[in-house]
Design a protein around this ligand. Structure first.
Ligand code: FAD
Length: 454
């Protein structure tokens, strides 16, 4: 279905921009994606997506949406060196200081390097006859109508060429967390969106290691979410058939060092030995890379009273989350679904309708990320009774889910944005949480030996 408009422009060709473009391709005659970087010839990290050097896991909901948009995409990622996995069965999850029981589930995931995930989406997108991308093209600003009520296009600069105007019926800003939209709107006489920020001062250090199939007892990933008193976190993910990617770090300056011995020691301080075992014994491949992530950041575009016509903001440019929860790509995918839902009703009042839908979709991952970050006593932010209760309850759920695969999967369905958080309060689940915390410790341990904890 096209014909809602002739030309749509998307700023940024990372996961957000690519998925926005896929959504728009069903509605606009032509979709043009403008990207400042050049696309790598092979799937390598690039300058505009520095996080591409760090571990990236795609949640079950994100994979499902991308597969719907591009049927056969999961197979293509696997053919390109990725691996399928059962998110509850093939991954070990640590949270609240304990390991969740692993068991087969219907939560299907795919693991590959971030550049492969993005490259496979980009290649499929650019096969669509009405989509094109212009690389090496930096958007400098917006072009507004004389009365500033409508966006008519963008000002771009391709390489060293002169600035030129590109007209569009719709412009979508998917230029990431550093988006200039607040400033561009201000220049046109609009208010900037309110910003919500929860400072966490996360610092990650990452290194690749040689992978052997027998490593980690055949599991494809380990995910450790920090939990008091040890707030350090880390992941080890399948990167390619012969590589692991290890990213570890901590809050508020407690960052993992980029020195082999100290990195090993830091890995050894995590509440499970598996990451340490790889770091200490596997062959390192390449140098350490570090990333500083200051704060969860949400821009409340849905609260603006005035907004120009024919303009939207998308993906990390709207909300960026503590990466440890692995939500960003999946939220962008969900927003692409919602963009299509909004466009099915035409373009009238599009921004208000899209931002309204997107803000509801962002609420859950925002509450998950920020709610958990606020368990850290030094993270500054309001902790209303609801947040304190949820964190207490999720802690109890984890205790019970050490031995209860049904509870573990119920939690992972929520963490993978496949089920709403209130599903964890359903009577059948709540009863298992209570029972799991009441049973005598000896009985629990007879049910399953506890995880190896250093
Ligand atoms: C360390 C780290 C780890 C992460 N791990 C995960 C994970 O495990 N799972 C997950 O789902 N998410 C993860 N994320 C988040 C994820 O990377 C993003 O949510 C995802 O890339 C979607 O972001 P985006 O496309 O909106 O913006 P970005 O990825 O920031 O991309 C913005 C794009 O816009 C381009 N651009 C910027 N300005 C301009 C301009 N003026 N003109 C033209 N182009 C421009 C940039 O070059 C870039 O290509 C992680 C993030 C970080 C920082």
């Amino acid at each position: 279905m096209s014909g809602i408009g002739r030309q749509a422009i998307v700023i940024g060709a990372s996961m957000g921009g690519l998925l926005a473009a896929r959504a728009l391709a069903d509605f606009y005659d032509t979709v043009t994606v403008l990207e400042r970087d050049h696309f790598p010839v092979t799937d390598e990290p690039r300058k505009g997506v520095p996080q591409g050097r760090h571990a990236h896991g795609l949640l079950a909901r994100g994979r499902e949406v991308i597969e719907d948009f591009f049927p056969g995409w999961t197979d293509e990622v696997v053919a390109d060196g990725g691996v399928r996995g059962d998110i509850a069965g093939d991954v070990r999850w640590f949270g609240h200081g304990v390991a969740l029981k692993t068991a087969p589930s219907d939560l299907l995931g795919v693991l590959a390097s971030r550049p492969v995930l993005e490259g496979q989406v980009r290649r499929r997108l650019l096969k669509l006859p009405n989509v094109r991308a212009i690389a090496g093209c930096a958007v400098q600003g917006l072009v507004g109508s004389e009365d500033r009520s409508t966006i008519l296009g963008v000002r771009v600069k391709v390489e060293n060429g002169a600035e030129q105007m590109m007209p569009a019926d719709l412009v979508v800003d998917a230029s990431g967390r550093g988006s200039a939209s607040p400033a561009w709107l201000e220049m046109l006489g609009y208010a900037r969106p309110e910003e919500e920020k929860i400072e966490i001062g996360i610092g990650y250090t990452t290194r690749l290691y040689r992978r052997k199939p027998a490593d980690l007892g055949g599991k494809v990933a380990i995910v450790v979410a920090g939990s008091g008193p040890n707030w350090r976190n880390g992941v080890i993910l399948y990167h390619s058939e012969d590589r692991w990617i290890v990213s570890i770090g901590g809050y508020l300056g407690d960052h993992a060092p980029d020195d082999a011995q100290m990195f090993s020691a830091y890995a050894g301080s995590l509440p499970t030995r598996e990451i340490y075992d790889i770091v200490a014994h596997a062959e390192p491949l390449g140098d350490f890379v570090s990333y500083r992530y200051p704060a969860n950041l949400r821009r409340r575009y849905e609260r603006l009273a005035q907004f120009p016509k024919n303009y939207l903001v998308f993906g990390d440019a709207v909300c960026s989350f503590n990466p440890v929860y692995g939500q960003g790509m999946t939220v962008a995918a969900e927003e692409a679904v919602l963009l299509q839902r909004a466009l099915r009703e035409g373009t009238s009042d599009l921004a208000r309708r899209f931002f309204g839908l997107a803000s509801v979709a962002v609420d859950t991952p925002w509450d998950i990320a920020v709610g958990n970050d606020l368990r850290h006593p030094q993270v500054v932010g309001a902790r209303p009774a609801k947040v304190r209760f949820i964190n207490w309850y999720i802690g109890k759920l984890h205790q019970a889910a050490r031995y209860d695969a049904q509870l573990a999967t119920a939690f992972l369905r929520v963490a993978n944005l496949k089920a709403p958080p209130p599903s964890l309060l359903y009577p059948a689940i709540a009863a298992r949480v209570i029972w799991g915390n009441l049973r005598p410790r000896g009985a629990k341990e007879a049910a399953q030996p506890s995880a190896q904890v250093s």
